[in-house]
Design a binder for this molecule. Structure first.
Ligand code: NAI
Length: 459
């Protein structure tokens, strides 16, 4: 089956970059990304590509090259569904905040709305591709909605989870370790494999059954997060035993069975996916009565929460057990470098903890807008919006942010932090000047030489 028009519902961190790369690599396919969020679509259509709603290295260039040629952004969802032979669902699947499974299960209402929308509009046969991360067996629900339309339209459902990492999305999409396609219909699987085949070697395109594909995505995220919690658990032990977690990570990482990636001790993982997907895995395991399986994976989250908490506890105890009225400068608000995404960022939780201890927080992040910092804190509802406004200040200049600060907390591993004039920063701060390096990016000897009281993770 030859595909000439595809659409993607959801113009977010996955839909945007993924479709931009598909459009770039398949100039003969018309790709339309639709969303209910008008503001987001307007930003995707902004003439100035530095104003795109998502920051990813290399993304603006690809959008500039393809937009208006074979890549379109629109809010006309029905029209795009009607015209396309293949429809990707790439909407958000957050953790449920209400009802059964609250705080654990994935909220599938947005996915279901998409399925109903497709069922209502489709007049010709469609291949529906699950791009969102979904609980195993979700395709069954989508199938049931689509197959009960009473029309003669044929729907094939594929699972095609996305493995890109924010911050390196474009590189990951252009050179994926693998592409995973789960489905029943060979014809539909090959139609999608052909699209990826224009730049991904066929032997890197895995074909599986739908359920393996859905479960592989949750499992991949659970394994990745587990490595971070594992090294973070060891980091606490290092701090008590004079072992150095970087040395331990290096020593174990050279074992080819273990491998060296994802072994950086830090303040803990954030982002929209790891926690949500593990909670979902735990929920699914429990719903099948697999309590040992559920407990095992839940521990990854418990350790991650502990790591964030112990970072702020350590900061407070080092500052003579009180941060009340003290200025703490936070460098970085994004959950990792090279993205403007702040979902589940460790910075939010550390700031919230310090604010509850009456600290004044100064935030600088190279890509996160000021507005977002307040939205993130207000969302927690720990205190009033006015209190957050009074206690938190954001800055466009890092040297302004650190002026008269009692301590600096490094929350994101942005490269630019390494190249700052740290002598100048030392001179601007109150003394003793403390640095809490939550990402282990600075050199301890250099910082101590300048005069800082420097502490990092796992050393
Ligand atoms: P996002 O929140 O950035 O984007 C989702 C978009 O879908 C939003 O713009 C929203 O307005 C839109 N939307 C929701 N319901 C809609 C509807 N009924 N019709 C039209 N548009 C609708 O989410 P993100 O980060 O792109 O994630 C999407 C999915 O991809 C999630 O399931 C996530 O778990 C998964 N994923 C995310 C990765 C990441 O790094 N962010 C990586 C791999 C998978």
């Amino acid at each position: 089956m030859k595909i000439s028009k595809i659409c993607c519902i959801g113009a977010g961190y996955v839909g945007g970059p993924t479709m931009a790369v598909i459009a770039k690599m398949n100039p003969n396919i018309q790709v339309t990304i639709v969303d209910i969020n008008q503001e987001r679509i307007d930003a995707w259509n902004d003439k100035d590509v530095s104003k795109l709603p998502i920051y990813e290295p290399g993304l603006a260039e690809i959008v500039a090259e393809t937009r208006g040629k074979n890549l379109y952004f629109s809010t006309e969802i029905d029209k795009a569904i009607d015209e396309s032979e293949m429809i990707f669902i790439s909407v958000n699947t957050p953790t449920k905040t209400y009802g059964k499974g609250k705080g654990m299960a994935a909220d599938l209402k947005y996915v279901e709305l998409c399925a109903r929308n497709i069922a209502d509009v489709a007049k010709t046969d469609k291949i529906v591709v699950e791009k969102s991360t979904l609980p195993v067996r979700t395709a069954q629900a989508i199938k049931s909605i689509l197959h009960n339309t009473g029309s003669n339209v044929k729907f094939d459902i594929l699972s095609n989870p996305e493995f890109l990492a924010e911050g390196t999305a474009i590189q990951d999409l252009l050179n994926p370790d693998r592409v995973l396609i789960g489905g029943e219909s060979e014809e539909a699987i090959e139609a999608l494999a052909n699209i990826y085949g224009s730049w991904v070697p066929q032997d890197q395109i895995l074909r599986t059954n739908v359920w393996s594909s859905e479960l592989s995505k949750l499992t991949a995220n659970a394994f990745l997060a587990q490595r971070i919690s594992s090294i973070n658990a060891i980091s606490e032990l290092c701090e008590r035993t004079e072992a150095d977690v970087s040395e331990v990570a290096r020593a174990i990482g050279m074992d080819s069975r273990i491998g060296s990636k994802f072994l950086n001790a830090s303040i803990g993982f954030g982002g929209s996916c790891f926690q949500k997907d593990i909670l979902n895995l735990v929920y699914i395991a429990r719903s099948y009565g697999l309590n040992e399986v559920a407990d095992y994976w839940e521990q990854v989250i418990i350790l991650n929460d502990h790591q964030k908490r112990r970072f702020s506890d350590n900061l407070i105890s080092t500052l003579y057990n009180t941060v009340s009225g003290k200025k703490i400068a936070m460098l970085g608000w994004a959950f990792k470098k090279d993205t403007n995404d702040t979902r589940e960022s460790a910075a939010i939780y550390v700031a919230d903890h310090l604010l509850s201890e009456q600290a004044n927080i100064a935030v600088y992040d190279p890509k996160v807008p000021s507005k977002k910092v307040y939205v993130d804190l207000n969302y927690l509802q720990t205190r009033s919006e006015d209190e957050n406004k009074a206690l938190v200040e954001t800055f466009d200049d890092p040297y302004e942010a650190v002026k008269d600060a009692h301590a600096i907390a490094i929350m994101t591993e942005w490269d630019e932090f390494k190249t700052y004039d740290w002598k100048k920063i030392f001179n601007l701060m109150k003394k003793p000047a403390f640095i809490f390096d939550g990402r282990n990016i600075l050199n301890k000897d250099e910082m101590t030489e300048i005069g800082f009281e420097y502490s990092s993770i796992g050393k």
